[in-house]
Design a protein around this ligand. Structure first.
Ligand SMILES: Nc1nc2c(ncn2[C@@H]2O[C@H](COP(=O)(O)OP(=O)(O)O)[C@@H](O)[C@H]2O)c(=O)[nH]1
Ligand SMILES: [Mg+2]
Length: 453
């Protein structure tokens, strides 16, 4: 999915959230004013939901401090993380011979801010070592990174890693003193594709042997790092291997890249994707970033689809909790209105996330179309036949079935179904099937309860 589209959809959802008041005001008259205000308080008063919505606007590019020897694959790693060629990187500052600061761009948007350094071993060759080190540490701390990415080579090890560990420890100390928080270090063992059998480049074809060797390699690196007293957030083996081609299908590599016009380089396509565990690394980076707007920035920059699913997941979780809070045992008929309204509003928000604007009634229809199972489906039936028998006779007994748990489960399953249908674009037939499966258990339980009435 295009980034602009995903962002637009998130904005849609936020707009839908901001317009909730008017949605609630337009709810059918059958729902009394008092209930509408309960709904309003429950949804708009939910702190987690509010934070999530605010996060959509409140984001900034995350700042990565990359350290590792020339040739270890730092630039390639950024390409691999972004999934696009580094031509989109604009070199803005070349501070000293030791440090580059640049912004990874997508059109006019800054995705990431990078401070790139070859580490102290290569610095020392150029400058007087004490000054070079001090300068390097100052530059890193000034840059105020969210994460330090320590890039290592899976196949060649040299002693410079020990120097870099010492440098990192000093950076961490100064960073901590100034910012009063720890700088998380994520170690990356790159080029694992080159671990034998090195001819196997497709991660799907990595043999057990290769995978085992990769683990061994990582273990060794971890031991070196930890025994030298550097605290790391995690260590991840990856391959950043990607081959590129022009839109006309001409292979591009480091040797011939300068022969191509800028427009070609900006539009390079992936010819071969040998990336291994880049998703795992992204997860770790996301986890390591402490600052909320930086975390959101990473999600907005590189993880839009995950973010959308996460947002939908959060919505479902929040609405399920609200539902179970609404459903007291036994459920009075009035609360069922609230429950269904909640579920419909949740479906509206999820649909908004997929770029669709759903009316309240259409959302209810979607829920009804899922079928006559427990949860909303059954509750709908109950409402449809709102007889006095139902209100007076059925509910006291059924109360144990349609309890908070069932309300939670019903809302949860509806939320999952809406996510599958609207966001993952799964066929309604399959969505229904899955929904029914989810409910077999709950259905049994409630049937029993209903029969005993
Ligand atoms: N096989 C393999 N080659 C890689 C990988 N990452 C980078 N390279 C190659 O290693 C060389 C140096 O990479 P580069 O990103 O320029 O390293 P940097 O100097 O740390 O920025 C280039 O030829 C890359 O194509 C990888 O994961 N696997
Ligand atoms: Mg580089």
């Amino acid at each position: 999915m295009k980034k602009e589209i995903a962002e637009e959809r998130m904005q849609n959802m936020k707009n839908a959230y901001l317009k909730l008041d008017s949605v609630l005001n337009r709810l059918p008259d059958a729902i009394p004013e008092k209930m509408k205000s309960v709904l309003r308080d429950k949804i708009l008063g939910d702190k987690q939901l509010k934070e999530l919505m605010e996060g959509i606007d409140e984001h900034r590019p995350p700042r990565f401090f990359l350290i590792g020897r020339t040739g270890v694959g730092k630039s390639s790693l950024i390409n691999a993380l972004c999934g696009s060629y580094l031509a989109k990187v604009s070199d803005i500052e070349s501070c000293t011979s030791n440090v580059d600061i640049y912004h990874c761009m997508d059109g006019d948007r800054v995705l990431l801010d990078i401070l790139d350094t070859r580490g102290i071993a290569e610095c020392n060759k150029i400058n007087d070592s004490y000054d070079a080190e001090k300068q390097l540490i100052d530059q890193v701390v000034d840059f105020c990174p969210d994460v330090a990415i320590f890039v290592l080579n899976a196949t060649t090890r040299d002693d410079s890693i020990l120097q870099d560990i010492e440098l990192l420890k000093k950076v961490l100390k100064k960073y901590q003193a100034i910012n009063k928080i720890e700088l998380p270090v994520v170690a990356v063992v790159n080029k694992v594709d080159e671990i034998p059998p090195a001819r196997i480049k497709n991660p799907k074809e990595y043999t057990e042997n290769k995978i085992n060797s990769i683990s061994e390699n990582v273990k060794r690196y971890k031991t070196t790092i930890v025994s030298n007293g550097l605290k790391i957030h995690s260590i991840v083996p990856v391959s950043s291997l990607m081959d590129w081609q022009t839109p006309d299908g001409i292979e591009v590599n480091a040797d011939n890249i300068n022969n191509f016009p800028k427009s070609d380089i900006e539009n390079l396509q992936i010819q071969f994707d040998g990336r291994f565990q880049i998703e795992v690394l992204l997860n770790d980076l996301e986890d390591a970033i402490q600052d909320f707007s930086g975390k959101m920035g990473l999600r907005m920059a590189l993880r839009l689809e995950e973010l959308m699913k996460k947002l939908a997941g959060h919505l479902v979780g929040i609405f399920s909790s609200i539902s179970s809070g609404v459903a007291v045992t036994p459920i009075p008929i009035a609360d069922i209105y609230i429950l269904i309204s909640l579920q419909a509003i949740m479906v509206m928000l999820i649909a908004a996330l997929s770029g669709r604007e759903l009316s309240f009634d259409a959302a209810k229809e979607f829920i009804a179309s899922l079928g006559g199972v427990v949860g909303a489906g059954m509750l709908f039936k109950l409402i449809a036949q709102q007889t006095s028998k139902l209100a007076n006779g059925l509910f006291p007994g059924a109360g144990s079935a349609i309890s908070a748990t069932i309300a939670f489960g019903g809302t949860y399953s509806i939320g999952k179904a809406a996510t599958s249908y609207y966001i993952e674009e799964v066929d309604l037939k399959f969505v229904k099937k899955k929904f029914e499966e989810n409910h077999k258990h709950a259905e049994k339980k409630s049937k029993k309860a209903l029969e005993s009435v």
